[in-house]
Design a protein around this ligand. Structure first.
Ligand SMILES: [Zn+2]
Length: 517
């Protein structure tokens, strides 16, 4: 049997990677993410795939590949319509999987693990596993966010399916196998129940380590990206090593990880490199050091004033940069309860990650809530000393407030007397994001804040999570694989132009196997 790679999502598009590697009887996926751009073609916030039809909407609308045999049986609709529709796709097939090898905890790489049979293990770094659990615990993605544990579904009225009663149906936990060593986790965060007391039962689970799947040796090689725990993945097949970059960059605070990865990957003399190419058409932009300096100056020059730091969700590197700025400017970093929860999860894996308990410059901003969710209650228990809107209003110069677009209504409670909103996040990549940025600008105007870095183009207040075209070209030459398969890019053909025929570039087509050898 030849070794093959089949791209089921992530071909000619950014996000949603689902890459099947097959060697003899072994089949593994690199990532299984949410395809945000395809999803946005049909759906938005108030028009989402219907959970009551299980797999049907997702398969029919092309959000999930029509692969029979890998999905949760409890999500099959009673009439069997999902598989009847799936047969319309030319690349419909029966399929099995030994594991998902997960590169990092961004939703466009891990989100749709939610729909996979819970018997298929996920292999990842320890930090990625804990981040995935923390993201799910905070519950933003619901039906499309069951990466670590699932609410079992049962048949309902009129051919629908719905959540099984919480007394009879405990959570079903997915197996995570840890590629870089199981952490100590003194407070057992991994087994912290997401349910309220007397709610659905959350069975305990012991994490196991793994260095092979289905008989194939596997290595996770840490890389620098805009989320901690990110890794490239190498699998030794019968045709040689196949290396998948995941998402990476060479201009972040941990760029040394990427450099070490390049050396290790080159030493494997890989037969194939599956490479991300988000920024293949872009020149290098700001580095994290430049961002740090620009943001520091923006805070330093506003003594006594209200300051907001607005950065992407789960971008803990940026959060730590602002924590350092808070220290240098004599302020405290007021983080949202969600950020505090995330830091707590990461601290369980890596004690050097600060929490509001270990770092006196870190404090939780307390939102006034009618009925706090279970995870918010926990954050309040863990960190009882919090600051509320009135405290920020009274002493704006003592804090840097970490707020983002979806927290913007807090401005009404804080009622600041001027100040700065530092936008330290990605420029708009879609029309919808442009609308959001404009709306954010309106809020900033309404409260007479000075916007810093709020532009529809790149600014020195944000560094991309992805490697630039020039640096990527260099990286590919350094690793020198026989075959290059571009994914996670809108312009895969640019790889061929960039590599000038020195390597075999396969511009992938969805569902068409690429044979290696
Ligand atoms: Zn990513």
């Amino acid at each position: 049997m030849p070794v093959s790679l089949t791209i089921y999502d992530g071909a000619g598009t950014i996000g949603g990677n689902k890459i099947l590697l097959e060697d003899g009887g072994t089949a593994v996926f690199f990532d299984f993410g949410t395809p945000f751009s395809t999803r946005a073609r049909y759906y938005e916030e108030f028009l989402a795939p219907r959970s009551r039809t299980g797999l049907l909407d997702l398969i029919h609308m092309g959000l999930l590949p029509p692969l029979r045999g890998i999905y949760r049986a409890d999500l099959e609709d009673a009439g069997g319509r999902a598989w009847e529709r799936a047969r319309r796709y030319p690349y419909y097939r029966e399929c099995r999987a030994d594991a998902v090898l997960l590169s990092h905890a961004h939703m466009d790489h891990c989100g749709y693990i939610s729909f996979l049979d819970t018997g298929i293990p996920v292999v990842s770094t320890c930090l990625t596993a804990y981040l995935a659990k923390a993201i799910q615990d905070c519950g933003a993605h619901q039906f499309e966010g069951e990466m670590c544990y699932a609410v079992p579904k049962v048949a309902g009225e009129e051919g629908t399916i719905g959540a099984g009663g919480h007394k009879d149906f405990p959570f079903e936990r997915r197996t995570y196998l840890i590629a870089d060593g199981v952490c100590r986790d003194p407070d057992d965060f991994w087994n912290l129940s997401p349910a309220a007391p007397r709610g659905r039962y959350f069975p305990s689970q012991t994490l196991q380590a793994a260095d092979q799947v289905g008989g194939l040796p596997v290595r996770f090689l840490p890389v620098d990206h805009s989320i901690y725990g990110a890794a490239a993945i190498a699998v030794e097949t019968s045709a040689g090593w196949v290396v998948y970059t995941g998402d990476l960059r060479r201009h972040g605070g941990r760029r040394g990880l990427t450099e070490a990865f390049v050396k290790e990957a080159a030493a494997l003399k890989p037969v194939a490199l599956v490479s991300e190419g988000t920024n293949i058409g872009k020149e290098p932009g700001a580095t994290e050091e430049q961002v740090r300096d620009a943001c520091y100056a923006a805070v330093r020059d506003a003594p006594g004033q209200f300051v907001v730091a607005d950065f992407g969700p789960r971008n803990v590197e940026r959060l730590l940069i602002f924590l350092e700025i808070a220290r240098r400017t004599g302020r405290r970093l007021a983080v949202t309860d969600k950020d505090a929860y995330l830091l707590t999860a990461m601290h369980a894996v890596d004690a050097s990650i600060p929490t509001p308990r270990t770092d006196r410059h870190l404090v939780v901003y307390r939102r006034a809530l009618l009925k706090p969710a279970q995870w918010v209650e926990r954050v309040r228990e863990w960190y009882p000393e919090q600051v509320d809107a009135a405290a920020v209003h009274a002493a704006p110069g003592e804090f840097i407030c970490c707020l983002s677009y979806f927290d913007v209504a807090e401005l009404v409670d804080i009622d600041p007397k001027g100040g700065r909103w530092i936008y330290s996040a990605s420029e708009a990549h879609s029309e919808e994001q442009q609308f959001e940025l404009r709306r954010l600008g309106n809020w900033i105007d309404q409260f007479r804040l000075t916007p810093i870095g709020l532009a529809e183009t790149a600014t020195p207040y944000h560094a991309s999570g992805h490697i630039s075209g020039r640096e990527l070209r260099e990286l590919i030459y350094q690793i020198a694989p026989r075959h290059v398969i571009p994914v996670h890019t809108e312009t895969p053909q640019r790889f061929a132009e960039s590599l000038l025929g020195d390597m075999d570039v396969h511009v992938p087509e969805v569902g068409i196997p690429i044979t290696l050898g």
